[in-house]
Design a protein around this ligand. Structure first.
Ligand code: GLV
Length: 360
């Protein structure tokens, strides 16, 4: 059964409309979805299990709206599975798991959950940066293994992040200067760092940001002690950090990636870490997630965490609520607050889809 189309100024409701939520999301989101009287169909309630493709397609076929996560590839086959689908609400800021171009062609609005995870993700960037520089996981493992028998002046030596005894300000290079890149830059002030940033589409943002200097990518890589990646993942940014660029970095430099794994050529990164082209890497994301490139986990100069950039309880609750709010708009044919393809609302294909809704 389909929902009703909201009239102007009418409270929205979607009696009997079906929202297919691919995997368990925080209760805050599920509660919001259920509070409007619709039907939430949960594809998978086991947090550690993925949803297989057949189940995804089946779920989409029977739903009015899809609420997806970054673990699902929402491609043409999925989008075409249901000619009446009213929208895709992705619970993530990134939406490279969705073929947005095809969604627009088919008249399907796609939404995301930007903003609320900015500070949480910037915090993780710094946690990783400090952890790899000061060898925190290695030190923790050392102690837990019972190896801390006596303090030693040469034990587990790391690198300074703030100015060391030589008073040299360390250089932080930020690649991609959107919301998260800027939040990372703000935190750098506390470490008295020199901050360089590169974002070809947004040089104005860099120039307007106090204390941050624009740099070409190659220069940034050559000068930085720490390089953090925050660009959007697009086909053009795949392997932005490839072998040649890794070789440009200083042998004392560290790479931090909390954006998307495919930004880095992971096989080249393993060689860079093994052969000392760079000093270390801290990663939250992987090229072929959840698989980690062979050799990476054996290297002591890496800190590896399982895609937890936005993983604070508060932030994930808010993300779920935003995704639910977007889904509630999709289901009644209203503009979603966080639509990534707003041009879809001008298409005949979208008008055709919402025309099937009963007016309230
Ligand atoms: C997580 O990776 C997100 O895009 O929200």
């Amino acid at each position: 059964m389909r929902g009703k189309r909201a009239g102007r100024g009418q409270p929205y409701s979607y009696p009997m409309a079906k929202i297919f939520v691919t995997r368990r999301i925080p209760d805050a989101g599920l509660r919001l979805l259920r509070s409007r009287g619709g039907q939430v169909v949960l594809g998978q309630s086991d947090d550690e299990a993925g949803l297989d493709r057949a189940a995804l397609i089946r779920g989409v076929r029977e739903a009015d709206v899809l609420l997806s996560l970054i673990t699902e590839q929402v491609d043409r086959e999925v989008l075409e599975a249901n000619a009446a689908l009213l929208g895709v609400a992705n619970q993530a800021v990134g939406f490279n798991n969705i073929d947005v171009e095809t969604a627009t062609e088919l008249g399907i609005p796609v939404s995301n959950t930007p903003g609320v995870l900015t500070e949480t993700t910037a915090d993780l960037t710094w946690a990783l940066l400090l952890a790899v520089a000061r060898r925190i996981p290695e030190s923790d493992a050392y102690l837990r293994a019972g190896r801390f028998k006596i303090w030693s002046p040469t034990m587990l030596l790391g690198a300074d992040v703030g100015p060391g005894p030589d008073e040299r300000r360390k250089v932080l290079g930020i690649v991609g200067f959107g919301r998260i890149g800027q939040a990372v830059a703000r935190r750098a002030a506390g470490f008295d760092m020199r901050v360089l940033a590169h974002d070809p589409a947004h040089r104005d943002r860099v120039d307007a940001f106090p204390g941050v200097q624009w740099a070409e990518l190659e220069t940034l890589l050559e000068l930085s002690d720490f390089v953090c990646l925050h660009p959007r993942m697009t086909p053009a940014s795949r392997h932005l950090i490839d072998e040649a660029r890794l070789r440009r970095m200083k042998p004392t430099a560290f790479l931090v990636n909390v954006a998307r794994g495919e930004l880095v050529d992971e096989a080249a990164l393993v060689r860079a870490l093994r052969e000392g082209w760079i000093a270390g890497a801290a990663l939250d994301v992987y090229e072929d997630e959840p698989r980690v490139a062979e050799g990476l986990a054996e290297l002591p100069n890496t800190v590896l965490v399982p895609h937890i950039g936005s993983a604070s309880g508060e932030t994930r609750d808010r993300m779920a609520e935003i995704a639910a709010t977007n889904a509630l708009h999709h289901v009644i044919g209203q503009r979603a607050p966080q639509c990534v393809n707003p041009e879809v609302y001008e298409t005949e294909a979208w008008r055709g889809r919402v025309a099937r809704l009963e007016p309230s």
